[in-house]
Design a protein around this ligand. Structure first.
Ligand code: ADP
Length: 654
């Protein structure tokens, strides 16, 4: 019977071709469960030659573990045949000829033929789809574990603001235990629920304000949003729009950071307050101590020299102790006062080009008497050729060299030598003070530049305060330089200071003036220009006079204070004013303010000249109405360019 049927079908070429062309493997099974037809795909998908299957029970294609249930399902289908998918919701497998299994999907259709019911089963190999699904699940679990591992709370909302994905921290941070599943819910709904559940601290903002702020941030995520939770935690919420119009949100617990920041800020404030209180205290104490000390020293000296009623030798010796102690105390007070001013940032240095050789000679002369007393020879080694000037505050530079020099003598040995050496290294000039004295023990060297550290001399017989080197280091740094030393115990020490070299070597200074004149368009003959230079530092005045004075078209008038300068400007109405900012009496800022008030001086251009240490004041200088701001030491080219620009322009004006 089976054979007849199959041959009938086989006879129908068209039908066979149609079935062979179907994408799925199709087998037709009779009421007894035997295969009566198999299409071409069966061979391809299941690996059987079709002829092998014909007449076989369909169970050959079913894994053995399902044989029992399959037979009963089959008879039930014959009893109620309709088109339907088989085993919906179940994973189905088919056994290939080689015994391997493939995942499949089956659609069953009853076929009535000659009063008999047959069942056509279309079998689709879903191996690829299963693999895809598997891969998808794998990726999804990767994504989920990645999201889970993100530090802090993380959530993605879709363009309708519904929660698509979040990690457990997000759940804990934003929802309460009774909130149920939150994926799929709208942001606004989640937000309201968490506010209502009392998750947020409402001491600073009302619940309505928290809702408004959070919604605004969610809909227009730009900056971060800071949140205070009811349990005291501090959160920082970041949001970004996705390309799909959704929002990605990260919420970080920054409680520790905020606390740490606050502690740091408090500590810094306290330290600053303590430091300025200390400086204030030291500086006022020093002033207070100085007055009675002056009386002590004054009267002790009077007693010491009293010719009318001379002191006995014993008393004289005692008064000498008073004088010595008093002088030491006075030095200490002066040093402390100086250091506390420097530390409080209240010292302004006025840098200018300084001639090193000149300063060294002065230092040598000043040290001569104490050197002679200590039986030490102080000398200056031969200076390098073309030694440039250094950029320094002359007085402070000398103070540092005096500190080094007097230490070298103090900690030197009788019949020893102290030598000042100068070398030039690139843009820096280094002055070294060598001695062959007691040196500093290696284990005492690391804090030598810190105040009150005396490197083992605390208990020794050599007097000192331990402040000199600390002051020297700070001063050198303020002038843009640095200090250092090398020392070997019982052999000697070398202390050095490095300062910036001034661009023009001393020997070329007049050449610089020449270059200024030659390069300037102003060197042509023409009308004369009046320049008023307001400056209190005599060597700066000398420098400017040197620079401009011998140039015949310039009439340079100098004024040592702003008060005098202003009067001069009003009287002379110069073409240009060059003004130092730090002046005794009223400052350059006040001076220009006054000049801007009077109609007759309002339009006169004023060039500001100030120490490089004041660079942070540059914007203030600009706002004050200065035409230009130049730093000291004066760069000749720069000044020439500004003057040329100003004066040539004025020359053209009718
Ligand atoms: P003071 O000399 O008043 O103690 P300083 O700050 O000038 O203070 O120096 C700090 C310490 O450095 C000195 O107490 C001394 O121990 C050491 N010191 C400085 N210069 C020399 C030197 N040339 N040789 C040996 N020790 C030195």
């Amino acid at each position: 019977m089976t054979g007849v049927l199959s041959s009938e079908l086989a006879d129908s070429d068209f039908l066979r071709a149609l079935l062979d062309a179907a994408p799925d493997a199709t087998v037709v099974v009779n009421a007894q469960g035997r295969i009566v037809f198999a299409n071409l795909q069966v061979e391809r998908i299941l690996g059987y030659p079709r002829s092998d299957l014909l007449g076989q029970p369909v169970e050959v294609l079913v894994p053995t573990r399902y044989h029992g249930t399959h037979a009963s399902h089959r008879s039930r289908f014959i009893g109620d045949p309709r088109v339907r998918p088989m085993g919906s919701g179940l994973e189905l497998f088919c056994v290939k000829r080689d015994g391997s299994e493939i995942p499949i999907e089956i659609s069953l259709s009853p076929v009535s033929l000659g009063g008999r019911t047959l069942v056509s089963a279309a079998i689709r190999d879903i191996t690829e789809r299963k693999r895809g699904e598997h891969e998808m699940r794998r990726l999804q679990s990767h994504l989920l574990s990645a999201v889970e591992s993100i530090q802090g709370a993380f959530a993605i909302f879709d363009r309708e603001d519904r929660l698509v994905l979040c990690n457990s921290t997000y759940r804990q941070t934003t929802s309460t235990a009774d909130a149920g599943e939150i994926v799929g819910r709208a942001y606004e709904q989640l937000l309201r629920a968490s506010i209502a559940a009392g998750l947020y601290d409402t001491s600073l903002h009302t619940p309505d304000e928290i809702e408004a702020m959070s919604l605004a941030h969610h809909h227009n995520p730009q900056d971060e949003l800071s949140l205070r939770m009811a349990d005291g935690r501090r959160m920082r919420c970041f949001a970004r729009r996705t390309a799909e119009g959704g929002v990605v949100k990260t919420i970080l617990d920054v409680t520790d950071d905020v606390q740490h920041e606050e502690e740091l800020r408090r500590a810094r404030q306290e330290a600053e307050a303590a430091s300025s209180a200390k400086s204030e205290f030291l500086s006022s104490m020093s002033h207070e101590l100085r007055t009675p000390l002056n009386a002590i020293l004054g009267f002790a000296q009077l007693l010491h020299r009293d010719k009318k009623t001379p002191l006995s030798d014993r008393h004289r010796e005692r008064i000498e102790h008073v004088l010595k102690g008093g002088e030491h105390l006075l030095r200490l007070i002066d040093d402390i006062l100086d250091l506390s001013r420097i530390e409080a940032g209240r010292v302004t240095v006025s840098v200018e080009p300084v001639d090193v050789a000149e300063v060294l000679n002065e230092v040598q002369t000043t040290l001569a008497s104490i050197a002679a007393r200590a039986d030490i020879l102080v000398s200056i080694a031969e200076l390098p050729n073309d030694l440039p000037f250094v950029v320094a505050d002359r007085t402070r530079f000398k103070q540092i060299l005096m500190n080094y020099g007097s230490n070298a003598i103090k900690y030197g040995r009788a019949r020893g030598r102290v030598t000042f050496r100068v070398s030039v290294e690139n843009t820096m000039v280094r002055v070294v003070v060598d001695d062959d004295g007691i040196g500093i023990p290696a284990d005492k060297q690391d804090r030598i530049f810190s105040p009150f550290h005396r490197a083992g001399q605390e208990t020794g017989s050599i007097e000192g305060t331990g402040i000199g080197l600390a002051i020297s280091k700070r001063l050198a740094e303020i002038m843009g330089g640095h200090v250092g030393f090398a020392s070997v115990q019982a052999q000697g020490s070398s202390f050095w200071i490095e300062l910036m070299a001034h661009r023009k070597p001393a020997s070329e200074r007049s050449a610089a003036v020449g270059a200024f004149n030659a390069s300037s368009a102003l060197s042509e003959a023409g009308s004369r220009f009046a320049i008023i230079y307001i400056e209190d530092n005599p060597s700066n005045v000398a420098f400017m006079t040197d620079l401009l004075g011998d140039y015949e078209r310039f009439d340079l008038i100098t004024a040592p204070t702003a008060e005098i300068g202003i009067e001069l400007v009003r009287a002379r109405k110069p073409h240009v004013v060059i003004m130092d900012i730090n002046l005794p009496g009223i400052s350059g800022f006040d001076a220009i303010k006054r000049l801007r008030e009077w109609p007759e001086t309002r339009t006169i251009p004023v060039i500001a000249l100030s120490a490089a240490a004041m660079v942070r004041e540059a914007s203030r200088i600009k706002d004050a109405g200065f035409y230009r701001y130049l730093t000291k030491p004066v760069k000749v080219d720069e000044l020439a360019a500004v003057l040329e620009e100003l004066l040539v322009a004025q020359q053209r004006e009718p």
